[in-house]
Design a protein. Structure first.
Length: 362
């Protein structure tokens, strides 16, 4: 028998324009005593903008705005958890995460830490979270990472030079609100970069050797939707924002049953060594993937052009040998996706010279 895997996806989701207004009803069902409180983690973009969303924050609640200049660290997750504990000796009745992948991941991490104790770095890896997290609701405001539906929350561990999630069933949100009106304000470039995370994830897993029929089905449908959005001439029209929100959700569901391929390891190298955010780093790499994904790279370039997006250039120009060596190490360390894409002997072809040559084109 093959290894026994028992997959789980999100239990409940509400989809539709204005769905965010249902948050109040969902929270009312969680607030059973007068001192029950909710912790909200909200992307800092929404500071001063929550009034128009009828956001149901009560005086006893804790509202935290999450800054997104840097991707989240284990220290940040520990710090945020300590703040919740300082707010009340009692545990919150619900944790809400509303924002992009950064905010959604911070909320997931804190919900795990509040019930499990310990430090965020103790749970970086696979199935290290031992107790169910606090009940949590996720509300994505930019589509593409699939963080709303995945079983991980990606954190940078600066001391260990490691970017790794708390990969666990307990990390999954209990409830999602998918409201396409929320993505209307996303800047065009960001919308493209984040949306492409779904595209890249799906093409990588469908080209890999590790396959799962359910994961494949999620990926195929997500890829179809995401291609429709970015092949069109108005990627941010309402109908396309709806499609991309569905694609992101399906892509996130696929992650549980699949691995990424060559793009994500290179992208992680750019994030770890040069601090470039995940979704932009992915696009920079995807633009140079003709040796590995020729058809998809051509399609990617076509979508860039159709949407009038210009990627930054010469990102790796003038890097020292030491930086190149670090880029190489932080790329080839990703054994699972690289084996999935290139086989167990991937280092025979992915030599320092080859990796360096590819980065130099970015
Ligand atoms: P983000 O959280 O990095 O936000 C990107 C920018 O968009 C920020 O400036 C934010 O303020 C802004 N923004 C978000 N919503 C907006 C809105 N409605 N209007 C205007 N501006 C808005 O976004 P992302 O690209 O979704 O997330 C990247 C993060 O997700 C990385 O930290 C990455 O590691 C993580 N990630 C997680 C998973 C997972 O499965 N958990 C998967 C892939 C990536
Ligand atoms: Zn990704």
């Amino acid at each position: 028998m093959e290894t026994f895997t028992n997959s789980k996806n999100i239990a409940r989701y509400a989809f539709g324009r204005g769905a965010v207004r249902g948050l109040e009803t969902l929270l009312a069902a969680r607030r059973t005593t007068a001192d029950d409180f909710v912790v909200f983690f909200v992307d800092a973009f929404f500071r001063g903008r929550l009034g128009s969303l009828a956001f149901p924050v009560r005086p006893q609640d804790l509202l935290v705005f999450v800054e997104t200049a840097l991707e989240p660290t284990t220290d940040l997750a520990d710090h945020m958890t300590a703040n919740v504990r300082k707010h009340s000796a009692k545990a919150p009745c619900c944790v809400v995460g509303m924002g992009g992948g950064i905010t959604l991941d911070v909320a997931k991490a804190v919900a795990n830490l509040l019930t499990n104790g310990g430090k965020a770095e103790d749970f970086q890896g696979w199935d290290l979270v031992k107790k169910p997290a606090l009940y949590k609701i996720g509300i994505p405001t930019v589509s593409g990472t699939g963080a709303e539906a995945s079983r991980t929350c990606v954190l940078m561990n600066e001391k260990k030079n490691l970017k790794l999630g708390m990969n666990s069933e307990f990390t999954l949100y209990d409830q999602l609100i998918l409201d396409p009106d929320l993505t209307e304000s996303v800047p065009k470039e960001q919308y493209f970069y984040t949306g492409m995370d779904t595209y890249i994830h799906c093409i990588e897993s469908l080209a890999g050797s590790y396959r799962h029929p359910v994961g494949d089905a999620f990926s195929h449908e997500a890829l179809r939707l995401v291609s429709e959005v970015f092949d069109s001439n108005e990627m941010m029209a309402l109908a396309n924002r709806e499609k991309l929100m569905v694609a992101s959700y399906l892509g996130g569901c696929a992650i549980a049953n699949s691995y990424v391929g060559v793009v994500h390891p290179f992208s992680a190298g750019l994030s770890v060594v040069l601090g470039i955010h995940h979704c932009l780093a992915n696009c920079l790499v995807m633009n140079q993937m003709q040796d590995y994904y020729p058809r998809e790279t051509a399609h990617f370039k076509k979508m860039l052009k159709a949407q009038g997006i210009t990627l930054p250039s010469d990102v790796c120009r003038g890097l020292s040998d030491g930086q190149m060596e670090r880029l190489y190490q932080s790329t080839v360390i990703h054994e699972r996706p690289l084996t999935n894409a290139l086989g167990v002997h991937y280092k025979d072809t992915l030599t320092l010279r080859k990796v360096r040559e590819l980065f130099q084109r970015i």
